[in-house]
Ligand binder design. Structure first.
Ligand code: GTR
Length: 413
């Protein structure tokens, strides 16, 4: 009896103090597969970080091909764009000697710049022409979708949708703050529907030889972002040491995987990327692993869906994706009404990534308490905000990303 009381007391007293991570069975980012804990940056970089990248590749996003030899064609270069406020470039990137698959990068840089500028790079959903009402933006012939039911705002790659997504791309404000912006239509790289991986870069590289761990569409978009960076680092107008990769929603998932696997990205930003992005899968709120792999089977490698209904068996969770970015600054943005993306799960990933930043001697998020709406956390190298409103990429989100970049890069106007 005494023993029973003692055990009851131990459980009652100790459990509330057990960390949430233990309760949720969250894998320790610093524990090696062979059970030993990482104690130095060197062990992290040479053993644990590659181990985690391997886990995500094998079980979730799939393995991507090595970068091919690219070729570029400058399609336009104007110094007097947007009423003299911008330099505008459009660059076509060919992925192989076979020139059938390519992507166009649209770049705006502040016209008054005196030195190379930091740049935000992200993919867009509706074609480059949708990001700003600028008649000079070229329209791609890749994955054109005239959706009469959903209206022009949802037309992909058409004249009718020119400028319809400018609220997501406040280009004038970005330039005013001294930054450049580069964007690519994700449909140039891999049209977003399940066609058995025949079109886009999958068709070009897989040649039908796929395994259960071959790259899915998120990995393909991430790979496209990395190929855009290959170009940007050659452009002397761009400060190659300050390129941030960002994305909203499914393209936020892609931005995270791109930044986690390519250290040339100096900052990584997830806007409401949710399940399969920044949200902790084990938090089990909003979208589930089962739902995402059923609705979008082409986004991941085929192994991933085998974890549906047994997320505790995953040998990783999404905080480890954020941790792969360390020691570079990483930012996670959520919106109050975006419950499908699970703001709490996104916040918890940011919390649990912190030990890896601490290993480098940096502050991560710096708190375990979710901040109030509209009170961004920018102190450490892991940034976070929760804004009012719905699932979207807004001017408010951009202001926070630029504030965070100003702070960590000591840039800004
Ligand atoms: C939803 C999907 C989310 C998110 C979103 C988007 O339908 O369930 O995971 O990616 O689409 O990309 O807008």
């Amino acid at each position: 009896m005494r023993n029973a009381i003692a055990s009851f007391l131990i459980v009652a007293l100790i459990l509330p103090f057990a960390t949430m991570a233990q309760k949720k069975n969250i894998p320790d980012p610093l524990k090696l597969a062979r059970g030993v804990r990482v104690k130095t940056v060197d062990e992290w970089e040479s053993i644990r970080r590659p181990e985690i990248r391997e886990l995500f590749s094998r079980h979730m996003y799939g393995y991507s091909p090595a970068p091919p030899e690219l070729s570029y064609r400058i399609l336009s270069h104007d110094r007097d764009a947007l009423d003299g406020k911008a330099i505008r470039k459009q660059v076509r990137v060919f992925f192989a000697p076979d020139t059938s698959v390519w992507m166009d990068i649209l770049i705006y840089l502040p016209a008054r710049k005196t030195s190379p500028v930091p740049v935000f790079l992200g993919m867009n959903f509706y074609g480059n022409q949708a990001v700003w009402n600028d008649p000079a933006i070229l329209i791609t012939p890749n994955w054109v979708d005239q959706n009469e039911v959903l209206g022009v705002e949802n037309n992909r790659a058409t004249e009718a949708s020119r400028g319809v997504r400018s609220s997501r791309w406040p280009i004038d404000r970005i330039l005013e703050r001294g930054y450049g912006v580069a964007t690519i239509y994700y449909g140039d790289v891999d049209p977003d529907f399940d066609d058995g991986f025949m079109n886009g870069v999958h068709g070009l590289f897989d040649k039908g030889n796929r395994t259960e761990s071959s790259w899915g569409s998120i990995a393909a978009w991430a790979w496209g972002l990395q190929r855009a960076l290959d170009y940007l680092v050659t452009d002397s107008d761009v400060d190659a040491s300050k390129v941030a990769v960002l994305g909203h929603s499914r393209l936020g998932k892609a931005a995270l995987w791109a930044g986690a696997t390519d250290e040339r990205f100096a900052m990584v930003i997830s806007n409401e990327s949710g399940e399969g992005g920044a949200a902790l899968t084990r938090n089990e709120k909003g979208e589930s692993l089962e739902q995402i792999t059923t609705t979008f089977p082409h986004w991941f490698c085929s192994v991933y869906k085998s974890f549906a209904g047994r997320v505790n068996d995953l040998p990783f969770d999404q905080h480890m994706l954020l941790a792969l970015v360390a020691p570079r600054p990483v930012y996670v943005a959520s919106a109050v009404e975006d419950l499908w993306a699970d703001p709490e799960g996104e916040f918890l990933s940011a919390v649990y990534a912190e030990p890896v930043y601490k290993l480098y001697g940096h502050k991560g998020l710096g708190t375990r308490k979710m901040p109030d709406v509209g009170k961004p956390l920018h102190e450490g190298r892991i940034g976070y905000h929760l804004r009012e409103g719905k699932h979207d990429l807004t001017a408010y989100d951009w202001e926070q990303f630029m504030n965070f970049a100003d702070k960590h890069w000591r840039t800004g106007k």
